[in-house]
Design a binder for this molecule. Structure first.
Ligand code: NAD
Length: 357
């Protein structure tokens, strides 16, 4: 049987630094997993290749999962999308139909003060945003700018088909079963037809999960409740654009973008789970790249998600998560979170996590 394999695509900026940390942690718990590196984003463009070269695609096709850093370099800003590093992510999401974006948002004990909300509002916060990633207004047609009778105009189209809603709803309900059994579906059904369909399909799926509580919130109210009573949420499921906005709002509750991992799951099945792409939610952070100060937590926790969803290995995923939690509980911090305490560099923080595995 083929050895389990992970395609490691570090990318640009802090991507290589934090991905290296994640690979060290992954290999410490699962020495049997082969990690093969590929070029992606600006790192590939700088070598005269495309942002997602054919060799990298072959590597991903072979692999059970992708551990991704981040892509994007300032010198490509303003270029058309196909010439930018970020085009690689677009192609990866499309090729592997990565329709389910999962973003767990957790405030680790000891980090409550880092949040922009009052510590008592975020203490123990642990929610999961499930965002539909391949449909909705970001992809619907027509989508264009045009001039009609001498006037410039533009159109985007929000479009959903019931099966797209059904499959993302299922991801949310399954996830809720392994958590506190509560799903909040977010839409704008007082205005949008796509939202009326969304609510109807989510309710139909909910009937298959009588053990999970379902609530519906309008997106404007959800945005408010996220900062008013965030700890009441368990799983939030929503369409692409609402999810884009709400998941960033949820992320900021934790105080550092450097702590938050994500999983993007596709339709492909692999030996022990689902094929997926795992990456920190933050970008390439050009302001701190190469300085060994980036927080590797998001990348390390992305490796934990990879084990859970693509390798069905909950035990080692939980082992990594608990090591990270203990590192914070012991007062250790990277520079963006350190206040009075001396900060650990990327590598030092990684070693602290490795010691606690
Ligand atoms: P960013 O997330 O890179 O940086 C925002 C701020 O957060 C910066 O101050 C940065 O230093 C800080 N930060 C981010 N990650 C951190 C970490 N691990 N530890 C400590 N601090 C961290 O967002 P941006 O500045 O808007 O984007 C920079 C580049 O990244 C752009 O080219 C953008 O297109 C790209 N980007 C890529 C992805 C991705 O690959 N999925 C996602 C977002 C942005």
């Amino acid at each position: 049987m083929k050895a389990p394999e992970v395609a490691v695509l570090p990318g640009d900026g802090i991507g290589p630094e934090v991905t290296r940390a994640a690979v060290r942690v992954l290999r410490a718990v699962r020495g049997d997993i082969e990690c093969s590196e590929g070029l992606v984003g600006g790192a590939a463009l700088e070598r005269g290749l495309t942002a997602y070269p054919a060799e990298t695609r072959d590597l991903c096709d072979r692999a059970d999962a992708i551990l991704f850093g981040s892509v994007g370099l300032p010198q490509y800003d303003g270029k058309p999308l196909p010439e930018r590093p970020e085009f690689a992510l677009f192609l990866l999401r499309r090729d592997y139909e990565l329709y389910a974006n999962l973003r767990p948002v957790q405030v680790f004990p000891g980090l409550e003060d880092a949040s922009s909300l009052k510590p008592e509002l975020v203490r123990g916060l642990d929610l999961l945003v499930v965002r539909e990633l391949t449909g909705g207004i970001y992809f619907g047609q027509p989508k264009e700018q045009r001039t009609v009778e001498g006037v410039d105009e533009a159109v985007d189209t929000m479009f959903y088909r019931a099966p797209e809603i059904e499959r993302i709803a299922r991801v949310a309900f399954e996830a809720a079963r392994a958590r506190r059994r509560k799903v909040t579906s977010v839409d704008k059904q007082n205005i949008l037809e796509t939202s009326r369909l969304w609510r109807r399909v989510v309710d139909a799926v909910a009937r298959e999960y009588p053990d999970v509580r379902i609530d519906h919130l309008l997106v404007d109210n959800a945005a408010m409740q996220l900062v008013r009573r965030p700890s009441e949420f368990d799983v939030i499921v929503t369409e692409n654009m609402f999810g884009d906005i709400l998941s960033d709002e949820a992320a900021i509750l934790t105080g550092s973008i450097g702590t938050l991992p994500s999983a993007s799951l596709g339709t492909r099945r692999v030996a022990h789970g689902r094929f997926g792409l795992y990456e920190p939610i933050g970008g390439t952070a050009p302001d701190i790249a190469g300085k060994n100060v980036a927080n590797p937590t998001a990348a390390i926790l992305s490796a934990a998600l990879l084990l859970r969803y693509s390798f069905g290995d909950d035990a080692n995923a939980a082992c990594i998560e608990s090591a990270v939690e203990r590192t914070y509980a012991d007062g250790l911090r990277t520079s963006e979170l350190a206040r009075a305490t001396p900060a650990l560099p990327t590598q030092g923080f990684t070693e602290a996590v490795l010691e606690r595995l």
